[in-house]
Design a protein around this ligand. Structure first.
Ligand SMILES: [Fe+2]
Ligand SMILES: [Fe+2]
Length: 275
């Protein structure tokens, strides 16, 4: 049997790549899938580049769709047509340098930060982190809870369901405590520094030495569901919820990276300048 079809590479929307493929048997299909995977890996390698103010905002998002979260946390709405990063930032009153610093830091694999700190706006970075906290606490985690209840609520394994929800709620409490501490204590301290005040008895190294990685417990929850939740429930919804948990875990890990390797060094620099 010979079958022709078109394949579209959605994450490469900049280039609108479609391939017409002829398949004679399933072996060819497997070969084709493997070749796509290899090709994507190679293209991913080239995708990691440093974005500049003159680049199109739409290219930046199409090439790295995870950056949609960064856009919304900086308060930038979609619908920017072919405008450049600088133009979109100006229209939304966003500090372009800080926006690009976060973008370029997140898409690179290493945690090098020296070259990222130049010209960063601490208040803009802090607003970005605050928005991220609100996103996790007011939207992402409640949405996952709702989906979890829908996916496992009807299961006959009431004990496992109860334990999963209890574990999840305890986790959310921890995240809440962690983020409220940052909002109320750490950011207040930084605001004082920005006003030219020199608060005594506290510095950002105190925060940095106690800064925990809150994504790890989500890894445990994910493992409990994958390994121990009995079959028979709403598998589609449970898988979709797991997908959300995976993406939330990655998002929280990126958030931690920004705090550890951009925010803390930027505040250390500010403390030095304030002396
Ligand atoms: Fe945070
Ligand atoms: Fe944190």
């Amino acid at each position: 049997m010979k079958l022709d079809f078109f394949v579209y590479f959605p994450h490469l929307c900049k280039y609108q790549i479609y391939l017409k493929v002829g398949i004679d048997n399933s072996d060819f299909y497997i070969l084709f899938c493997n070749r796509i995977r290899t090709m994507n890996n190679v293209l991913n390698m080239y995708r990691t580049r440093i974005y500049k103010p003159t680049d199109k905002m739409s290219d930046l998002i199409c090439e790295n769709y995870a950056l949609l979260q960064v856009l919304s946390r900086f308060g930038i709405s979609l619908g920017f047509g072919d405008k450049s990063v600088r133009e979109v930032c100006e229209l939304n009153n966003v500090d372009c340098n800080t926006f690009l610093t976060v973008v370029n830091f997140l898409i690179e694999d290493s945690n090098r930060m020296e070259e990222h700190l130049e010209g960063i706006s601490v208040s803009s970075l802090m607003n970005y982190l605050r928005e991220a906290h609100s996103y996790f606490l007011d939207f992402q985690l409640p949405t996952i809870r709702k989906k979890l209840i829908e996916a496992i609520g009807d299961s006959e394994e009431k004990d496992v369901t109860f334990l999963i929800l209890r574990f999840f709620d305890a986790y959310v409490d921890e995240v809440k405590k962690h983020m409220e501490h940052e909002n109320e204590n750490v950011f207040t301290y930084v605001e004082q520094l920005l006003r030219g005040e020199h608060p005594q008895g506290y510095n950002i190294s105190v925060f940095a030495s106690h800064h925990e990685h809150i994504d790890t417990k989500l890894t445990e929850l994910k493992n409990i569901i994958i390994k121990y939740f009995p079959a028979g429930g709403n598998n589609r919804l449970l898988n979709a919820t797991l997908f959300d948990i995976f993406s939330c875990e990655e998002d929280l890990a990126s958030h931690n990276r920004v705090e550890d390797f951009l925010f803390v060094p930027a505040i250390k620099k500010l403390e030095k300048e304030a002396k």
